[in-house]
Design a protein around this ligand. Sequence first.
Ligand SMILES: NC(=O)c1ccc[n+]([C@@H]2O[C@H](COP(=O)([O-])OP(=O)(O)OC[C@H]3O[C@@H](n4cnc5c(N)ncnc54)[C@H](O)[C@@H]3O)[C@@H](O)[C@H]2O)c1
Length: 404
Amino acid sequence: MENRDVVMMGLGYIGLPTAALIAKSGSTVHGVDVNPHIVETINRGEIHIVEPSLDKEVSNAVDKGLLKAALEPVSADTYLIVVPTPFKGKNEPDISFVEAATKAIIPLLKEGDLYIIESTSPIGTTDKMKDLICNHRPELRDKIFIAYCPERVLPGNVMYELVHNDRVIGGIDDKSTEKAVEFYSKYVKGALHKTNARTAEMCKLVENSSRDVQIAFANELSLICDKADVDVWELIDLANKHPRVNILKPGCGVGGHCIAVDPYFIVSDYPLESKIIGAAREINNYKSFWCAEKIQNAKLKFQLENGRKPKIAIMGLAFKPDIDDLRESPAKYIAQKVLQNANNEEFFIVEPNIESHTIYKLTNYKEAIENADIIAYLVAHKEFKKLKPKEDKVILDFCGIGVV
Ligand SMILES: NC(=O)c1ccc[n+]([C@@H]2O[C@H](COP(=O)([O-])OP(=O)(O)OC[C@H]3O[C@@H](n4cnc5c(N)ncnc54)[C@H](O)[C@@H]3O)[C@@H](O)[C@H]2O)c1
């Protein structure tokens, strides 16, 4: 039976770049995804996501036979679980993908193998997966190595950060931590910090909760400033002149697969203790609702003043500038909300980082800026910063397009 060095379960935004880098370090990688389109694309040496220089790395690894993709796993020495961990119901973490991926590899595990979860996971998930594995294969108890190592890369800079970022590595016991550190040391140049699995799991959640809380502070300031008639961008710039103050920039909410999701993994399990973390989520969600209301009000005001319906440009759908990722995007939520309230107005939906969208007909950004009466900037994409709209337009700048 074929034995590869590494099986990568999940070939998405994190799994595929990681698989390509491991292959680049000389290991044989068998990538697994449940999506046949992804498997076929990778086996052609192509990629299904936008990430700088990933195409080159994948095509090289596939050409050399170091990276193969398939729908099913094969036997390997190391198994990495990099599948989605969304939430379900009332913002409760859904670890069913991690469970499904783990179940798929349980029959293949052998003594001495290393099993690592990289998916962002609620505290205790690694212990749960250890129990799942040992219940199915009791003979492997204490005979395999199990660890958790979260990913903290920035989309758009993944190939660099995968190598250079520090990693936090927590095993279910010291032997597992050591084994996982040995594995990562083959392709990571950043420092490898050893801890236990629960601390490593919580570390990832806390990193993103910290960002969420800080952004919530900036978003809360933007709401206060709007009422107080103070320019929030000038205010933050001035406050940050203090040597120990560093306020982040407000935006139209918080999105993405990490910052908008991970704090709920703490709030859901520790609701009484996580007051600030929970409030930050509410503030950041409210900011998106507020932006949609602002567009709605601008629309009515325009109609009243001009006696005709305005043409409205919704600038950006991605969850942050210069990427094609729309997951949990506040801009997408705002676009949806504004369109639900549409009353025969003409809308231009703009997202320069994607070619087409299943729901929205997309308009080129130049055309939208030229033709719209109201321009609502939701995402500070670089294209938008280059083009200054004519003076007569109504500008709703939720992301500081004119200043950042
Ligand atoms: N994208 C990021 O910037 C980022 C950063 C840090 C951490 N993370 C975390 O990493 C994990 C993966 O995120 P992602 O962005 O790569 O997700 P993704 O959705 O881009 O990719 C996950 C892939 O897993 C596949 N998959 C689902 N179930 C599977 C199964 N049972 N077996 C094999 N493949 C399966 C999906 O088809 C998908 O292609 C998540 O827990 C996420 O929170 C993501």
